[in-house]
Ligand binder design. Structure first.
Ligand SMILES: Cc1cc2nc3c(=O)[nH]c(=O)nc-3n(C[C@H](O)[C@H](O)[C@H](O)COP(=O)(O)O)c2cc1C
Length: 119
């Protein structure tokens, strides 16, 4: 299986990073393919709620989010790691999740209103 960890912490080597690395180490030891994305190294603009993606399934913003979406769709397992900032997820994580609007159904394996059953 493909395991993708996404870390929202701006701190390289911080707690979220360490947790991701340990999770991925376990996945690799179990024979799975692993990869990590550090949102702090990516350019992601906030969703502006234009709803253009509802029909096109493509975001009008041209930044790193298109490739992140594709990697999330290709993954079998997605792990989200975020620091708690003021009792909530870090803004980097929320911004990334909001930008999934264009393709979140594909990420969930839903096509033609039905969820893929997988193997
Ligand atoms: C802006 C800000 C807000 C924070 N708010 C909280 C909080 O509400 N509750 C908490 O337990 N820790 C809070 N913390 C501490 C972080 O959650 C904690 O240091 C975390 O382990 C950082 O993750 P990282 O090492 O992956 O960067 C906050 C830290 C920052 C910078």
């Amino acid at each position: 299986m493909k395991v993708l960890a996404i870390s929202a912490s701006p701190r390289t080597g911080g707690n979220s990073d360490v947790l991701c690395d340990q999770f991925l180490k376990g996945a690799e030891e179990a024979g799975h393919e692993s990869a990590k994305i550090r949102l702090g190294e990516k350019h992601i603009s906030p969703c502006t709620a234009c709803y253009g993606c509802i029909k096109s399934h493509t975001c009008v913003k041209k930044d790193d989010m298109a490739s992140i979406q594709q990697r999330m769709i290709d993954a079998d397992v997605i792990v989200l790691a975020t620091p708690v900032y003021f009792y909530s997820m870090a803004a980097q994580m929320k911004m990334m999740i909001d930008r999934c609007l264009a393709r979140y159904r594909q990420m969930a394996g839903i096509q033609n209103g039905k969820r893929n059953q997988g193997g």
